[in-house]
Design a protein around this ligand. Structure first.
Ligand code: RIB
Length: 284
């Protein structure tokens, strides 16, 4: 059992069915390209992060909302198989969230999400007190994110996908995680802890606009980058819980995110803590 197992995490976010098609080159607007057969895979930024946290050995509860449909049942079952607690997942009359994903030959992707039931999550029904950290993303309603920031002092907010969020909510977060595109709409000078991910170039931790730590990931054979950012966030939260230094947290997270690109699907290659530590040992 990992040392993370005694601490509890809640992931507040989406659960989606990912419909994935592979093609040589991503289409430009107005273009049609032919692709592979469609694959149906479990996804959603929330579920991916919950599955990754559970795989890393953290006691993890998913707080989400799915439809009363076959897809919702299937997503709950797959997430439970990864070891996450799904008892706090709510049901709605709207369809379970679906993501339409195109992946090119280099592993890059484009995603359109139909959030459906995800936006019906009612946070008033959820007690957040038992959790040592709350990890959330932006595929739930804007009100849910604002309420979360008011109710917990240990919120790690992954501002993906980029959507309007108030400056006061961002300031209340323990940590804000953004990719380079999402970071453009942030005023990092206002944020005590803001982590910016840069894909294969690694990640940097900023405090009030100044870099305090940077890390680069190992080089791996990339098959599919979908969900790599989610594994980064989960790995970040798992070491944040252990009070590692900013540099230790970043090194662990970029390594975990990189290892997640070695198979198809957002939950297809989730590393364990031991696996990440072995790669870190090789790099040092
Ligand atoms: O971050 C990857 C995820 O984004 C996919 O699993 C998809 O469901 C979308 O939410």
């Amino acid at each position: 059992m990992s040392d993370s197992a005694r601490l509890r995490a809640a992931v507040v976010g989406s659960m989606n069915t990912d419909l994935v098609v592979r093609c040589d080159v991503l289409p430009i607007p107005g273009e049609t390209v032919l692709g592979s057969d469609v694959e149906r895979l479990p996804g959603g930024k929330g579920a991916n992060q919950a599955a990754a946290l559970a795989r890393l050995g953290v006691a993890t509860a998913m707080v989400s909302c799915v439809g009363r449909d076959e897809m919702g049942e299937w997503l709950l079952a797959t997430l439970a198989r990864h070891g996450a607690d799904t008892s706090l997942v709510q049901r709605s009359e709207r369809p379970t969230g679906t993501a339409f994903i195109t992946v090119d030959a280099a592993g890059e992707n484009e995603i359109v999400v139909a959030p459906g039931a995800n936006t019906d999550l009612d946070l008033a029904q959820v007690d957040l007190d038992p959790f040592d950290v709350v990890l959330a993303q932006m595929e739930v309603s804007a009100d849910t994110v604002e309420e979360l920031a008011r109710r917990t002092s240990s919120l790690i907010l992954n501002v993906a996908p980029a959507r309007p969020v108030s400056a006061s909510t961002l300031r209340r977060c323990a940590v804000v995680i953004a990719n380079e595109l999402e970071a453009r709409s942030l005023d990092m000078r206002e944020l005590a802890h803001c982590v910016v991910t840069m894909g294969s170039r690694g990640a940097a931790h900023y405090s009030f606009g100044e870099i305090v730590a940077e890390a680069k990931p190992p080089v791996v054979d990339v098959i599919d980058t979908v969900g790599a950012g989610d594994v980064f966030c989960a790995a970040y939260a798992s070491r944040y819980l252990q009070h590692d230094t900013p540099l230790e947290v970043l090194r662990f997270a970029v390594t975990a995110g990189s290892l997640a690109t070695r198979a198809i699907g957002a939950q297809g290659s989730l590393p364990t803590t031991e696996e990440v530590q072995q790669w870190l040992a090789l790099a040092s």
